[in-house]
Design a protein around this ligand. Structure first.
Ligand code: SF4
Ligand code: SF4
Length: 473
């Protein structure tokens, strides 16, 4: 914050000046229990982000969103493009979890787990501090005219930002291309993988722009979740709130024990990464990062007042009304979430891993042919469409359920056993060759067993399908 806006104006955004120009926020450092908790969580999340795409399970990356090959792996389970209806459930679960968390604990995601907050706080701002100094020095550097020293500081900062952004972009792409794959791709010249190279550069550019420069403006003007949070919350949702009853009227001297506690030191404003004054009430810009809580607690400690003038509490509690944790809004989210999770589990469980469809050939319904020995035989030609979305390769055999002697009914195909591969569709031609008396009144419903194995003798039963055979009446 610049000096002018430690007094935040009501009529404009805290991060814009009187002419509408952006005020670049340089929040001051803060110490305290909330800061320590956040730092611990941030490092944990960063560790997960960087290690997750390198973990493999069952020969596959533990999370892989291979859009090019339309194959998606989640913790050992593989999904293919035709599983896209399941994505609807996942999206709904994701939205409902956010709804429930927001209704109960406010905008905790933004301040504690959002990748933008985590990386800006843990990496980008630390680089900035390392090169340009603390927040006071950074603010004054921004105001200085360009000089050789300022130029080199800015170049050094943006060079490091770019290197970090490149690393983040490669890790991000690792979730889509596969980290091992990406490693070998990156050893080749970019011209051999031009599309991927452009995607990588674009991702790096977006990260650099957002984490390096745009920062809190994204939360304020672009984040859809930030826009919607107010409809998900009520007065019993937890927020970072200023206790007006305890703090007002403010005074700029150390208050006596019977006086209100806020000494108007503006420390809570100076540490805020979105540049707001929480004493003006809950605001759209507040990302619940709790920096102002630690800042104010530090001041309260110094002036001998109890901590918690700014605290993480519901607005109802701030007003002295007990907080209701069980109430309609979160319960609606929780119920809808439970139903969706159950429906998703059911859809996942009943997902047909092998789809086999017998489609009669578009040529004539049957052929009546003469065999070399002079006997006659009816032939029905089917196309069998096979789709398999399991995990391993299979060989399929097709045999009639009822035992027929070889010369009375045969299933003939050059493609049996049919090798099938996960996520691949295959169509094979199958011919049912049989004696006319197999039919009854020119028809017969034949039950076909589908088996899998290396050879017919040891093959295991998978399922039964029905095929309509026809011939002369
Ligand atoms: S840090 Fe606390 S005492 Fe200082 S201005 Fe903010 S609320 Fe008032
Ligand atoms: S008001 Fe407090 S909790 Fe909200 S963004 Fe600013 S510092 Fe973080």
């Amino acid at each position: 914050m610049n000096d002018e806006n430690t007094t935040v104006h009501a009529e404009r955004l805290a991060t814009t000046d009187v002419d509408g120009n952006r005020i670049y926020v340089h929040p001051e450092d803060v110490r305290g229990k909330w800061r320590d908790r956040r730092t611990l969580l941030y490092w944990t999340l960063v560790l997960i982000y960087f290690t997750l795409p390198w973990i493999h399970y069952g020969g596959k990356q533990i999370i892989l969103l291979d859009i090019f090959n339309r194959e998606f792996v989640f913790f050992g389970r593989t999904f293919f493009s035709h599983d896209s209806p399941l994505v609807f459930f996942l999206f709904l679960i994701f939205v409902l979890i956010f709804g429930f968390i927001t209704a109960q604990w406010g905008r905790i995601w933004c301040g504690w787990a959002c990748p933008q907050t985590v990386f800006i706080d843990l990496v980008y701002r630390r680089i900035e501090k390392f090169i340009e100094g603390n927040s006071r020095k950074r603010r004054s550097l921004d105001k200085e005219p360009m000089s050789v020293s300022k130029f080199f500081k800015k170049v050094a900062k943006w060079t490091l930002f770019t290197l970090v952004s490149l690393h983040l972009a490669h890790t991000f792409l690792g979730f889509f291309v596969g980290t091992r794959n990406l490693f070998f791709i990156s050893l080749n010249p970019p011209t051999e993988h031009m599309t991927l190279f452009i995607i990588m550069l674009t991702t790096t550019g977006i990260i650099l722009f957002d984490f390096g420069w745009f920062r809190e403006q994204f939360c304020i003007v672009a984040c859809p979740y930030g826009r919607m949070q107010s409809v998900m919350m009520d007065e019993h949702s937890l927020v970072v709130a200023y206790d007006v009853k305890r703090g007002e009227p403010r005074r700029n001297t150390v208050p006596r024990s019977d006086e209100a506690d806020c000494i108007d030191c503006n420390h809570c404003v100076k540490v805020c990464p979105t540049g707001i004054d929480i004493r003006k009430g809950t605001q759209l810009e507040c990302i619940s990062c709790t920096q102002c809580i630690d800042a104010c607690d530090e001041i309260m400690g110094k002036i001998g007042k109890p901590e918690g003038l700014i605290r993480y509490e519901s607005l109802a509690e701030i007003e002295g009304i007990p907080r209701k944790t069980v109430r309609p809004r979160p319960m609606i989210y929780a119920t809808a979430l439970l139903i969706t999770v159950l429906a998703f589990g059911h859809a996942l469980h009943s997902r047909n891993s092998l789809k086999v469809q017998f489609i009669r050939s578009s040529q004539s319904a049957f052929q009546d042919i003469k065999r070399p020995d002079g006997s006659r035989e009816i032939v029905n030609h089917y196309k069998v469409s096979i789709y398999y979305n399991g995990e391993q390769n299979y060989k399929l055999f097709f045999v009639p359920k009822d035992k027929y002697r070889e010369e009375r009914l045969r299933i003939v195909s050059r493609r049996i056993p049919a090798p099938i591969h996960p996520g691949k569709r295959k169509t094979i031609d199958i011919f049912f060759r049989f004696k006319k008396d197999v039919l009854e009144m020119g028809r017969k419903t034949l039950k076909v067993h589908i088996l899998t194995g290396d050879n017919l003798e040891s093959a295991k039963f998978l399922r039964e399908e029905e095929v309509k055979l026809v011939g002369p009446f």
